[in-house]
Each structure stands twice: as structure tokens, then as C-alpha cells.
Design a protein around this ligand. Structure first.
Ligand code: GLY
Ligand code: MN
Ligand code: MN
Length: 435
């Protein structure tokens, strides 16, 4: 694995020429008082180093005579480690993580200038850690001030994202292996949830069993707060209370993914709690299912990123017209976004180290074209949100539809000759969801 981190650093260094790139680890975050959330490394930092401790800085200086990869880390300290956990320390930062040189983090201010003085620019992403942003600006300003004396030094700060995130967008075999694991575990958890869901049980019971499987199978835990939403709760897109009792005639929407080796899966299924769809639930479900399947067919190298969304929107709009929830000419309804009260989110996002992974979707007016090695979600839905007022030219919403919320989501890899659904192991056909 260290070889792959090294290759990633080399790829980045080949693109920054005489620049110096600086990466700061994620800050620790407080849960309450002096209790911290479980530490999760910044994804860019992890992608380039595999190093998972806080209070660390990584420098890539391809032009430096001696050291091209430098790590600043917390030094070994037995007393502190007894309280807050193992530290790799300065020596292992070189030995294990392959740094050409490593220093205690306390020496950052003193040592950093030597890696910047001959750089023509600093590559840095202004991030969450405001103190660290200030540190970088302070060094930059200082070097600008003394530039006339040397005639060298950085004269710009450039955001690293456009280079690094275009690398992260294309998953290597190693990354795909981890993503398949994350997907497989979530598939098992969703299949288990299908088995154990029953009227009278509570949403949190299903959440608990799903997340039990995530950890039992060696996952880090949920990739994001799990959504287990019965009935009308499914009309709240980010419903995470998960505290209601499930009723016979409701649908259950589960949006839950697993983090494994820092990579994520993201699956949604919606199915009848009592084992049988009502006619209205089934009618809406079949529209969403068709939209999802047709959108997946659009996942082909060379297609625009927007193709799956556009296809999903068309099928959803046609379906809403057939059911009498919308009326009018399909193209016009789409152009005027009349479907939006029922489908208010996008169909896809990139997936990887981040659930909503990095990488651009659009170059100005032009959407990104899909390329092999990219992974995206396909997740259309329909939500008949209580209280929705139809537009003046649209029909009233019959009460029988109100409160139904449906989403179906899979993780799809763009392959050389089409696509591969990484999460295909969870059923979504009506016949497989009814009992
Ligand atoms: N669960 C987050 C999402 O589907 O984007
Ligand atoms: Mn998603
Ligand atoms: Mn999701």
C-alpha cells in the first residue's frame, strides 16, 4: 500500500513543477466538554500518505535538493499516549510512511520556510482549520516581503484541488477493492434489514442491526448518519431521528452505507414494511425503479455526467403525468422544472474517500464526461411531501398519494465497456420486496 501512496505523491509532484504543496491533517472535533469524536483523517491527506493521526502536516517539494516528501507529526510521548492513544512518532514517519525527512509538529514554523523559499508557488487548499490557514498566509507574506532580497520564492497560492481531485476521481484497483468491500458489507446489511423489518418494530432497531453488521464485518462504521425512515419520514431527505414505530401499510426507506478502509458505499432501498405495496406505493415505486434502471444504462464512458439525471427526470416526469400528479407537455414540464416539488435532488454524486466525493461535475457549460474508473451513485426518488402546494397550472394532489417517499440508490462504476453496479446484491424488483 505504501507503494501506492508513493505513486500518488509522484503523480501530484509531476504536476506541480517548482511548486510546494502543503496538506494539513483534519482537526479533532469535540462531541461535548472534553470528549472528542472518533478521529477521521482528512481525505486528501490520507490519499497521499495513509497517515491517520491528527496534528500533522505533509509537504511535497519536488524541487527541493534533499527532501521531496516531508512529514511533521506529533512526537512519541509515553505519558500522553497512555491517555489518548498510540502515536507513530517522528522516526516511524520516515520508516513506515516513507517520508524523506520528518520533524516534530512543533518545529513547523522553523522548518517550513526552507521548503518554500525556492518554490514558485504554494499549492494549498484553504481549509477548515483557520489557524493553519493563518500559518500559511503568514509564511507566504513573510517570503513575499523578503522576495526582493532573493529573487526567488512563491508569488502565488494556488488551490491544490483541481490537480489532486482529478486524480482522486479515478479509482485505482486498490481503491476499487476497498470500495467493493464497503459495498459488499452494506449489501449484506440491507439484505438483513429486509429480513427483520416488521410492523411494530422501531426504525432504530433496524439502524442498530445495520450498523452492527458494518462493524462486525470490519467496517469503520456508517459512511454517513444512517437514514431509516418509515412512512412520511421518508419525505425528509436527511431524516436521521430514526425513532418511530413502523406501521403495517407504510414503506420503509433505508439510506445507509458503510465506510471500509476509508472508502464508502451509499445504498438506498424502499420496501413495504408489511410485505405488500399499496396500489399507490407500487405505482410510484415502479416509476422510480424504471427511472433508476434507465439512468444506470446511461453510465457509459463518454456520456456526460448529466445523462443519468436527465433520463431519470424524463421518466419520473412521464410517470407523474400518467398518474395525474402533473399535467402538460413533457418537454415543457421538464424545462419549467414542474417535477421539482416531487423530485428536488440530483440523481448522482461521485463516491470514494468522501461520500459526496471530490471532482468537478461541470466545466463551465460542459458537463464532465464519464470515464472508466469513476464511481457515481444513481439515486432517483419521488416524494409526495405533505403540505406541497401544486403550481397554479397543476392538479391538486389527491390525499391518497400524500406522505409516500421513495428513493432507490446504487453505486455504479464506469467500466471500459459500460458499467458495473457495485451494490447489485440488494433486491429492488417489486416481486423480490413483497412477501
Ligand atoms: N446518503 C447520502 C446521499 O445519498 O447522498
Ligand atoms: Mn448518495
Ligand atoms: Mn444515500
Amino acid at each position: 500500500m505504501q507503494t501506492e501512496y508513493c505513486q500518488r505523491r509522484e503523480q501530484l509532484m509531476a504536476r506541480i513543477g517548482n511548486g510546494t504543496a502543503i496538506f494539513c491533517s483534519a482537526p479533532t472535533t469535540v462531541m461535548h466538554n472534553d470528549v472528542k469524536y472518533i478521529y477521521r483523517q482528512d481525505s486528501d491527506f490520507f490519499y497521499l500518505t495513509g497517515f491517520n493521526e491528527a496534528k500533522a502536516v505533509a509537504i511535497l517539494a519536488p524541487h527541493h535538493e534533499e527532501y521531496r516528501f516531508i512529514l511533521f507529526v506529533q512526537p512519541k510521548d509515553q505519558e500522553k499516549e497512555v491517555w489518548s492513544g498510540y502515536r507513530c512518532g517522528v522516526d516511524a514517519a520516515k520508516g513506515i510512511y516513507g517520508a524523506d525527512e520528518a520533524y516534530p509538529i512543533a518545529e513547523l514554523d522553523e522548518k517550513l520556510p526552507q521548503f518554500l523559499e525556492k518554490a514558485d508557488r504554494i499549492y494549498y487548499h484553504i481549509g477548515r482549520d483557520r489557524d493553519f490557514n493563518d500559518t500559511i498566509l503568514k509564511h507566504y507574506q513573510c517570503l513575499l516581503h523578503t522576495y526582493p532580497k532573493r529573487g526567488t520564492g512563491p508569488i502565488a497560492i494556488e488551490d491544490t484541488s483541481s490537480i489532486l481531485h482529478s486524480l482522486r476521481l479515478h479509482k485505482s484497483k486498490t481503491e476499487l477493492d476497498l470500495m467493493r468491500q464497503a459495498a459488499d458489507i452494506a449489501v449484506e446489511a440491507h439484505n438483513h434489514a429486509l429480513q427483520i423489518t416488521a410492523p411494530g418494530r422501531y426504525e432504530y432497531e433496524i439502524q442498530a442491526e445495520i450498523e452492527y453488521i458494518f462493524r462486525l464485518r470490519g467496517g469503520m462504521g456508517p459512511a454517513y448518519p444512517s437514514i431509516v425512515a418509515a412512512g412520511t419520514n421518508a419525505c425528509v431527505l436527511h431524516y436521521i431521528e430514526n425513532n418511530c414505530q413502523m406501521q403495517e401499510n407504510e414503506l420503509l426507506l433505508i439510506d445507509a452505507g458503510c465506510a471500509y478502509g476509508y472508502y464508502n458505499s451509499d445504498i438506498t432501498r424502499t420496501f413495504p414494511i408489511g410485505g405488500k405495496f399499496t396500489p399507490e406505493q407500487k405505482a410510484l415505486y415502479e416509476i422510480v425503479l424504471e427511472a433508476q434502471k434507465q439512468a444506470i444504462e446511461e453510465v457509459q464512458a463518454g456520456n456526460p455526467f448529466t445523462a443519468p439525471h436527465n433520463t431519470a427526470v424524463r421518466i419520473l416526469t412521464e410517470g407523474l403525468v400518467e398518474l395525474g400528479l402533473l399535467k402538460g407537455e413533457i418537454d415543457k414540464l421538464i424545462e419549467e422544472e414542474k417535477y421539482k416539488p416531487f423530485y428536488m435532488h440530483r440523481t448522482s454524486h461521485w463516491l470514494g474517500l468522501d461520500v459526496h466525493d471530490v471532482g468537478v461535475y461541470q466545466h463551465g457549460e460542459n458537463p464532465q464526461l464519464l470515464q472508466p474508473g469513476q464511481v457515481l451513485t444513481i439515486e432517483p426518488g419521488l416524494y409526495i411531501v405533505p403540505g406541497t402546494k401544486p403550481a397554479a397550472d397543476q392538479p391538486d394532489i389527491d390525499a391518497r398519494w400524500v406522505g409516500i417517499g421513495i428513493r432507490i440508490e446504487d453505486d455504479v462504476l464506469v467500466s471500459a465497456d459500460g458499467y458495473e453496479v457495485l451494490t447489485a446484491g440488494v433486491p429492488k424488483e417489486v416481486k423480490d420486496l413483497e412477501r
